[in-house]
Design a protein. Structure first.
Lengths: 641, 251
């Protein structure tokens, strides 16, 4: 028998062991292939060439994916070789030469790698098409028109994974040289001894995570810590403390808590609790690294997807804030205005919800009293009457009503930014009309506008009497506002109207801003979603496979339990609890990390990310729960077979 | 005295079509409450198979088995589990200790499963540990104790819940003569003082001489049976050796 045929036979006989490694390889190949296919896709390339933001995001994602693929393959490879150590030790004991064993392992790894590559390349085109179309469907994103498979992507994938295969094969070859015989034999016992717990280490883990969180939540501008360490180093410190803290948390704090729970004999010595707790304790040390990797991956995924989704999600509300009205322009020319009206009434795709001509005044004001260093001394404002404001607020479904008397006024500032914008309320400014000035005092401030920002900029509301009075002294300008149905699809209509209006009409539309926002956030979300899906599948699979290998080694234990009269229901309950622990820990840690990261981010961006992020976390958790039940069932099947 | 176990026409066939192997052919057996019965026979005779069937871990191919007036052949999974937990105690050939639990936890497991209160558990475990002389190792893990200590732990676990029937498969197999004697004496004491019913499979004539009755099995059939009655252990031991000699096959 040649070494090659022994290797081949080994693979066939150890197939279940190989299965994890094999499937994870294939999974990686398919994912990588999908990503590379996107990269070589023409439409995609054109889009990303045009926008430096997108292309840098894309190369960032490529790096993340590469690191991830490397970790995942390294992880499953080491996992897999660990299972083989004893067998290798046995060959050595039987007198097979090291060189021969090494070569045999090399062949084994190599055959596996090449086989996985072939299957991956065959599956890749089908699955990647499937992935991408699902993603695009979910996001309603059309940037990647036709998704075709390119030869370049295939070649790239083959090259990268051949290299990886050769590297892992050499790792296999070196296995026999790297370890002493006794180590090979004891490989199974690794991490399977009751761990020691230390209060100090447990405390340290909490402190480390605490430091990381504290740093992350500091105000960037004011924090001394950030000033001391600098903007480049601090994020790294945060990352390091949080990751290290998480690791200690899993490896010592959990041990500590489990041991504490063991002290409570009344609950510990009750039914199957004894088994679940001791099993967890016994395993936790060996699992700490995996759990940390999963927690960090989960946090990264959630943060990336949360950010991308927030941009996407907030696009509509941001655009709505700037454009409360579908379309709006200044009436400069009666003919053109009539033409526009005809376009609206002839249009079949959109109904006009309301149309109004709002009389406005364009007035310069002396704003020195607002004491805002971002403003010049004079500002041009659009002034409307309180009556028109109330009408518009009502049709825009705002439950807000103003009543102003005499020289009272209200400011409508959609771009209001606490600390940067002026303190309107109580201040008095002077409006310049003809040669005289009219002082008005702000009674209230609205952080929205009822007119589009581009056409009307910041708007002042004055009492009806004052408006009539001022109207007599300055030219009144009519603004045409149109609210239509399906405003986010008004591509053609917007284009048609834009075409006939002159620049001075200051035409503004919801659609134009909305589609621009979608285009930039769409790709981000596409990438975030893609990576998120990959990481999610990967983390879920890591736990799933790891639990199943554990199930295989727990089999004997459950057999004993069965023999001494533990029934199946109890076994299932115990498994469910035990697996829950392993799933919940990294998920909770991941969600906590992500919450802190996004809190910091939302402070920086001054927007609330709560809703999109909660949605992301909800979806992530749901998929995790599915994985959880799959794992419990599979585990149960293995140990009761 | 009441009959605690009655087995009738028990057969066990292993393998699939074309490759059938009869491990047990027609075994009849009756055990009364308070008995200490030994099962002997050459290797491969079917002793472990019989024990596994009686302990409900394996099912017979045909035959009837009544234990404590319950027909175990007709029970479903759930009932069997409860039955094992409440009525039976095992000492396995290969210990079957859980390596994730300390010696103490291994012993108290059956009590914990039956939801016995914690202080009661503590008391019972300490008593048993004293009986078997394993008090010092209670907090150790199975991979840190010797084979004999493991066997005594397994024995402690088997009897801690006061089962109606204790089944032991070569409990002295891995023990030196001193530990073997002390284990056997513990079992004997258990039998005499607590009236526990014990069935023990063994290869060792010395171990068998502690029993009150020894059943010999050969090729899956009952070969013969001898009673100790009023003989001394030495005399009984001699008798056992005689039967083994007539049985042949490695003894
Ligand atoms: N699961 C099985 N499948 C097939 N044959 C089996 C199985 N279990 C036992 N046998 C066979 O049944 C016969 C009886 O086995 P058993 O284990 O009962 O012997 P034993 O009397 O306990 O022997 P020993 O003294 O060596 O422990 C043996 O020939 C064995 O090969
Ligand atoms: Mg046997």
């Amino acid at each position: 028998m040649t070494l090659f045929s022994i290797a081949r036979k080994n693979i066939r006989q150890n197939f279940t062991n190989y299965f994890l490694y094999f499937t994870s390889m294939i999974f990686n190949i398919v994912i990588y292939f999908t990503f590379v296919t996107l990269k070589y896709n023409e439409t995609f390339q054109a889009t990303s060439d045009a926008s430096p933001k997108i292309s840098s995001a894309f190369s960032g994602a490529a790096v993340v994916l590469m690191v991830f693929v490397a970790i995942f393959i390294w992880y499953s490879n080491s996992f897999f070789t660990r299972k083989r150590k004893k067998e290798v030790g046995l060959y050595s004991l039987l007198g097979v030469r090291k060189k021969q064993i090494g070569r045999m392992l090399f062949y084994e790894n190599f055959i596996m790698g090449i086989l996985a590559l072939i299957i991956g390349i065959l599956l890749g085109p089908v699955l990647s098409k499937f992935f991408v179309s699902i993603l695009m469907g979910v996001m309603g994103f059309e940037a990647i028109g036709d998704f075709s498979i390119s030869l370049a992507a295939i070649v790239n994938t083959i090259m990268v994974f051949s290299l990886i295969t050769i590297i892992t094969s050499f790792q296999g070859y070196r296995l026999i040289y790297r370890f002493k015989l006794i180590e090979l034999f004891q490989a199974d016992k690794e991490g399977e001894q009751e761990p020691k717990s230390s209060f100090i280490m447990a405390l340290l883990s909490v402190i480390l995570v605490g430091i990381g969180y504290w740093l992350a939540l500091q105000n960037l501008m004011e924090s001394n810590a950030w000033k001391e360490m600098g903007l480049m180093v601090t994020p790294l410190v945060i990352l390091a403390t949080v990751i290290l803290g998480t690791y200690f948390l899993f490896s010592t704090l959990t041990v500590y808590l489990l041991k504490m729970s063991r002290k409570n004999k009344r609950s510990y010595w009750k039914g199957i609790n004894l088994i679940g707790t001791s099993q967890l304790l016994y395993r936790i040390k060996g699992n700490a690294r995996t759990l940390t990797i999963i927690a960090v991956l989960s946090a990264t995924t959630l943060t990336a997807v949360g950010t991308a989704y927030s941009l996407y999600y907030n696009n509509r509300s941001n655009v709505e804030l700037a454009n409360p009205i579908s379309m709006m322009f200044i009436n400069k020319d009666k003919n053109v205005t009539n033409q526009v009206r005809d376009i609206f009434s002839n249009n079949k795709n959109h109904d006009v919800i309301y149309h109004k001509s709002i009389p406005t005044l364009q007035i310069n004001a002396d704003v020195t009293t607002l004491k805002n260093n971002l403003f010049s001394n004079e500002m041009m404002y659009t002034v409307i009457s309180v009556n028109d404001f109330n009408t518009l607020a009502k049709v825009q479904k705002r439950i807000d009503k103003l009543s102003l008397m005499g020289n009272e006024a209200a400011a409508l500032d959609a771009g209001y930014y606490e600390g940067m914008s002026p303190n309107y309320i109580g201040s008095t400014i002077s409006l310049k009309v003809n040669d005289r000035v009219e002082n008005i005092t702000f009674k209230s401030l609205k952080k929205y506008n009822v007119l589009n920002y581009y056409t009307a900029s910041t708007t002042l509301v004055v009492s009806d009497q004052l408006f009539t009075q001022l109207g007599k002294e300055t030219n009144s300008v009519k603004m045409e506002v149109y609210e239509i149905t399906n405003e986010d699809e008004a591509k053609q209509l917007t284009k048609d109207i834009q075409l006939i209006l002159p620049d001075e009409a200051r035409f503004s539309s919801f659609y134009a801003d909305y589609s621009a926002g979608m285009e930039s956030s769409g790709l981000m979300i596409f990438m975030g979603g893609f990576l998120g899906l990959v990481f999610l599948a990967a983390t879920g699979s890591i736990i799933y496979f790891k639990q199943l290998t554990e199930a295989n080694s727990d089999k004997g234990r459950y057999e004993i339990l069965h023999k001494i009269g533990v029934n199946k229901k109890e076994v299932k309950r115990s498994i469910a609890k035990q697996v829950l622990f392993v799933f919940a820990l990294p998920l909770i840690a991941g969600i906590a990390h992500c919450s802190v990261a996004l809190t910091a981010l939302s402070r920086l961006m001054q927007t609330s990310l709560v809703i999109p992020v909660v949605i992301c976390m909800g979806v992530y958790t749901c998929i995790y729960i599915v994985y959880y039940f799959l794992t419990v069932n599979a585990y149960y099947k293995i140990v009761t077979k | 005295m009441q009959t605690i176990l009655r087995a009738k026409n028990v057969q066990k066939v292993f393998g699939t079509k074309g490759n059938l192997y009869k491990a047990l052919e027609d075994i009849d057996l009756e055990i009364k409450e308070g008995e200490f019965i030994g099962i002997m026979g050459p290797s491969g005779a079917g002793k472990s198979t019989l024990l596994n069937i009686l302990s409900t871990i394996d099912t017979p191919s045909s035959g009837e088995i009544m234990i404590a007036n319950q027909n175990i052949v007709r029970m479903n999974e759930e009932q069997l589990s409860d039955f094992r937990r409440n009525k039976l105690g095992f000492i396995f050939q290969d210990y079957n200790l859980l390596d994730t639990l300390t010696v103490k936890e291994n012993i108290l497991l059956p009590l914990a499963l039956s939801k016995v209160p914690a202080n009661e558990i503590e008391k019972r475990v300490n008593e048993i540990a004293d009986t078997f002389g394993i008090r010092e190792i209670l907090d150790k893990y199975p991979y840190h104790i010797s084979g004999g200590q493991k066997q005594r732990t397994a024995a402690s676990r088997a009897i801690v819940a006061n089962p109606s029937l204790i089944l032991a498969d070569e409990p002295t197999g891995a023990l030196d003569s001193k530990s073997a004697t002390s284990l056997l004496e513990s079992l004997n004491a258990l039998n005499e003082q607590n009236q526990s019913t014990i069935m023990m499979v063994t290869h060792d004539a010395y171990a068998a001489s502690f029993c009150k009755r020894v059943l010999f099995i050969k090729d899956g059939r009952t070969y013969t049976e001898i009673h100790k009655n009023h003989q001394s252990r030495q005399e009984f031991f001699q008798k056992i050796l005689d039967v083994l000699a007539s049985l042949g096959g490695g003894h």
